[in-house]
Design a protein around this ligand. Structure first.
Ligand code: PXG
Length: 453
């Protein structure tokens, strides 16, 4: 439908007007396009913890969008901030010029992130944050004269988005196998151990798996290793929580060998684990931290990379004429005024409404209810941390994703948006939801999980 025919953004009317050609024109990301287009699941509105489907049904959002709208949908403060910014300053070039909101938001992020994380580089997504972090790490060692320090170490089952750096350092084979040569990277073993099945929160076993980092650094020589990047808690691979002591051990090994530690906090940032950041929960401060998602409550795409003072000063103290760029990197939309406005409004809500405390207060109840699903047919494991949980589903027909997909489709029929990935279904409710909503989510799962083939 031509945009001029509808001045207002009436999503529901527009949903009804879509044609087969429109469906064909849109190549959907991370989607079985053929299946979706034969059975579209259109979303036309969002408020609080619910989406509105095109057929008018209210659909419970059990993953805060994609882990990004944790403070509740339709926050009017954020909408107003975006609208104001769009009218006052729709765009400003971020290279060599800037607008005030960028500095304000950087200061706010600095104040909220762990002590020592002092300087903020803006991107537009988690993927861009991951690739930016990798480039910062490599360029840092170059500036320090350690030109050989370029190798990168990630972790099996890690997810750092879909750009080339993040795809390489990530450890999800399905995301890598179609793309030929990627960056050379090593991968630490994941920490998904049989002994830890059905652990509640942080599992007991496996801290020693961190010692693989010693071996990998030794194999290449510390002089050749730039950085290690891990999620404090792996989200996409199905809520893999690091064992007690594991991240501290990684930190110690990095310190011993002068290797930068990058925490990808795109998903864990701003309260998801029941603490403000994974770094805080686990008591480990990285050198570089990547952020996105909740930074704007999902309302405008935005990411950020936060670095410690040593890294920033190393770039600033480079022996270059003052007018020359210290880091040849940036995006047309870095620190976009609409994103900054959304970020400032989202962080106002985050602080004023004590979002971390809310998430932490709901987490024990969530844990109890989710673990109540243990014993259902097909359930192989349940893992959780804060307001994140994954239910691992036994594989059928050699297709790990089949049952999770069937469960998600059944959930949609029952009024729940449910995310599935690999052999898991994943839950990440909004911090603003209530116990009753967790109850009804788990009640529906109790009915549909055993019901799939
Ligand atoms: N790092 C981490 C840790 C993430 O979780 C990204 C980077 C990439 O962010 P962008 O904004 O480029 O998508 C992510 C994204 C899921 C799921 O189902 C998780 C993500 C995205 C989509 C689905 O767990 N995380």
């Amino acid at each position: 439908m031509a945009t001029t025919q509808l001045q207002r953004m009436d999503f529901s009317q527009r949903a009804n007007a879509l044609t087969a050609a429109d469906f064909d024109a849109y190549w959907m990301p991370f989607t079985g396009n053929r299946q979706y287009k034969s059975d579209p699941r259109l979303i036309v509105g969002a408020q609080g913890c619910y989406y509105t489907a095109a057929d008018g049904r209210q659909i419970f959002d059990s993953l805060s969008g994609l882990w990004c709208a944790s403070f509740g949908h339709g926050r009017s403060e954020i909408a107003d901030a975006i609208a104001h910014a769009a009218r006052e300053l729709d765009y400003a070039p971020p290279f060599q010029f800037a607008h005030p909101l960028a500095f304000e938001l950087a200061s706010r992020i600095k104040a909220l992130t762990p002590t020592g994380m002092d300087h903020v580089f803006f991107t537009n997504s988690g993927s861009e944050s991951a690739d930016t972090a990798i480039k910062i790490a490599r360029a840092y060692w170059q500036k320090r004269g350690a030109t050989q320090k370029t190798r990168l170490i990630g972790r099996a089952k890690g997810y750092h988005g879909v750009n080339v750096g993040g795809t390489s350092i990530g450890g999800i084979e399905a995301n890598q196998k179609h793309f030929g040569d990627l960056l050379a990277t090593e991968h630490l073993p994941h920490t998904l151990l049989d002994d830890n099945r059905f652990s509640r929160g942080i599992p007991e076993h496996g801290a020693e798996l961190a010692d693989a980092l010693e071996d990998q650094i030794a194999a290449h020589g510390a002089d050749n290793v730039a950085a290690v990047m891990v999620e404090p808690m792996s989200g996409s691979a199905g809520v893999i929580v690091p064992p007690k002591g594991y991240l501290r051990r990684l930190r110690a090994i990095c310190d011993r060998h002068d290797v930068l530690l990058i925490f990808d906090e795109v998903l864990t940032g701003f309260g998801r684990t029941g603490a403000s950041f994974g770094a805080e929960l686990f008591g480990v401060t990285p050198d570089v931290m990547t952020l996105a998602k909740n930074l704007t409550n999902g309302a405008v795409p935005m990411g950020a990379v936060v670095v410690n003072d040593d890294i920033y000063r190393t770039f600033m103290n480079a022996d270059l004429p003052e007018y020359q760029v210290e880091f040849a990197h940036g995006y047309t939309y870095s620190a976009h005024p609409l994103a900054c406005a959304a970020g400032l409004a989202a962080l106002d809500i985050y602080e004023r409404d004590n979002m971390v405390e809310r998430a932490a207060a709901l987490a024990p109840y969530f844990e109890e209810q989710v673990h109540g699903l243990r014993g259902l047919a097909h359930v192989a494991d349940i893992r959780n941390l804060g307001l994140a949980a994954a239910i691992e589903i036994e594989t059928v027909d050699g297709e790990p994703g089949k049952r999770p997909w069937q469960i998600s489709m059944a959930a949609w029929q029952r009024g729940i948006y449910l995310r599935f990935g690999g052999n898991t279904i994943q839950l990440g409710p909004q911090y603003v939801c209530e116990r009753e909503q967790i109850d009804s989510l788990c009640n529906v799962l109790e009915e549909i999980v055993p019901g799939v083939d």
